[in-house]
Design a protein around this ligand. Sequence first.
Ligand code: ADP
Ligand code: ZN
Ligand code: ZN
Length: 754
Amino acid sequence: MPVKKQKITAQNAYVEAALPLPLRQTFTYRVPAALQEDLAIGTRMTVPFGRRTLTAYAVELHDVLPADFDIDESKIRDIIDILDEKPLITPEILELTKWAADYYASFWGEMLKASLPAGLNSGKVRPKRRKAVRLLDRSPSTDAKPLTEQQKAILEALRGVGGEALFADVIESVGGGASAVNTLAKRGYLELYVEDVRRDPLKNGGERKYQEITLSNEQQLHLDSILSSLTPKAAFNVFLLHGVTGSGKTEVYIRAMQHALSLGRTALMLVPEISLTPVFSRRLQSIFGSDVAILHSNLSAGERFDEWRRIRSGDARVVIGTRSAVFAPLEDLGLIVVDEEHDPSYRQHESPFYNARDVAVMRAHKAGAVVILGSATPSMETFFNAKKGKYTYLHLPERFGGRGLAKAELIDMRDVFKRFGKDVALSPELLDAIRETHERGEQSIVLLNRRGFSQFVLCRMCGESLKCRNCDITLTYHRRDKKLLCHYCSYKEKVPEVCPHCESEYLYFVGEGTENITDQLAAKFPSLRIARVDRDTMAHKGEIDETLLSFAAGNLDMLVGTQMIAKGHDFPNVTLVGVVSVDIGLGLPDLRSAERTFQLITQVAGRAGRGEKPGRVLIQTYYPEHYALRHAGEQDYEGFYAEEIKYRERFGYPPFYVLASILIKHRNAGYAVKNANLLRGSLDKANRDKASRILGPAQASIARLKSEFRFQIILKSPNRKRLRETLETALADAEHRGCDMRTIFVEIDPVNLM
Ligand code: ADP
Ligand code: ZN
Ligand code: ZN
């Protein structure tokens, strides 16, 4: 009789692994005996998957296989290795990412990966270490062999600096002698060791001293209201702090964060991608010192890794960061601030989709923390929640110190066209204002929402425009590179000499971009020091920091740029903001284009007149009667909200309906359509009572992108539960009926429907 194989019953014999792939399920692996002791929930491990080796996350441990496990045990594979000594992922973040994956119909493994500092799984990011030297207490008299002069000098130098120094510094101070240091170590005079070096993202750049200020009565009132919820015990509450730009919201955030720390709890502040100003991070650092950690995408991989480890170890108790910082492993979180809560950059635009603002509210709910959502132009959803009493509404209607808000003056570009008989990009009104501003020695900001030189190239003979070969998108001319560039897939080509469609020579460049406007302004005002701020000029780490700090210091006169310069910054000497073009979006059929335009203009207008001097805002527009423009000009949020909310209700948009956008993508258009129709059938079946509304499949507004054809189905449901049910039932049914799920991409709460 064969010997019966011994059944493995040790602890941690099996592990559930979440893989960073678009897969809904987790996978069971066996843990070799040698690794069982080191394995804990939340650690990363390497596992075999097909023929590949992947980094996976341990999300659950089993001593024995679950009873309902229906795979042949011999098929279970072993994990290869464990990557972390201590679990990287805390139980709280494990639960939060699971929730987020479910909520966004997304994937747990991908969400976990997104929660960790980028580049971590590449294996290339490691702690930075350097060699150091420490003096030991050994008296030379007990040593038979006399010391050389150089050895004595080394010991002397070490004593002089308190007994510890970097290896390199010791060598430098005595002018060489690495072998002498090593000999001294061997003979027991010193010891060599390695220490971790923190790569500090704020190490360069001026210190800013924090000035203690006294809050105004209104600020104090709101702070008190927040602090009454922010107690040593867990108590969830969401506040909307609605205050015009410059009303002093930031001072309220800072006080609330200080309070959370004083309770022994931690604080997280989220900021939009771009408005993470170098000035602001330094201000926080001057208040919180090394308690503060910074997380954003402009950090080097090493800096990000070190900051993240300081959070995980509990050394950093305040985090300021962009989108993915919502998953920062802070423990006993007392407060989350989401500044500019309406900002679209909180939305992750690729899988896994999530909105950091909404995840923040859920995280606080689970952790018993207080949330402050701050904005001058709250999103429709947030303001709606405040009106319903779901969020506590706090209002700061005026700028601090009674400084007037700059009124925006609309310049009707149709009028300018009539006067000139042709299109001009810069109206005489704006040019005059620029001249006057700089004659007074003040600064200006000029905004437009397209980068490059010309937005597209048009043939005057046949009327065709030059398009990307991979996408249904016109190519943008970039003069610096002498190239036509696709802003969606980065495809590049030389500017053709003749039209590729009809071979005429009449190619015509249409729609000025930042590069072009900067050139025009530089030609008109040769003495001005102008910097361009957009994705092309700010491609390198540190460039945007440098430009903004230089502008703040008065070494530049004017910034020309895209929405990168619209938000968050506080430049007291800026007295003019000119908006060249932001309203092209209003012509597009998107549910949020009015809201976006209103927000952008209000934000950028808020950059003017932040100091002692009053400011002016000039907006060039082809739609002066549009309600988004009218209310933005008046800086009238309530007026805008009242009109916009009616439109949302009439068309079944958020906050009245919950949306899902389902994209069906494939290189073969017919195949995409086939799968789209299959899914539509399943959705109809799942929606028999017609509680949800289903639109499509229709060609997406970008019909082809990166060589794939795109079709879209929109699902609108009266509530979230209903949306999830319909979607889940339909997806399962479609898969069952042979739909190729690799072509299907679901986005819950899409930011736009394009
Ligand atoms: P917001 O975040 O609403 O745009 P800030 O908090 O940046 O506004 O405040 C705008 C300006 O007013 C800043 O220069 C800030 O230092 C100043 N400020 C705000 N509150 C006070 C106060 N209580 N005392 C003195 N200065 C203040
Ligand atoms: Zn042509
Ligand atoms: Zn393209």
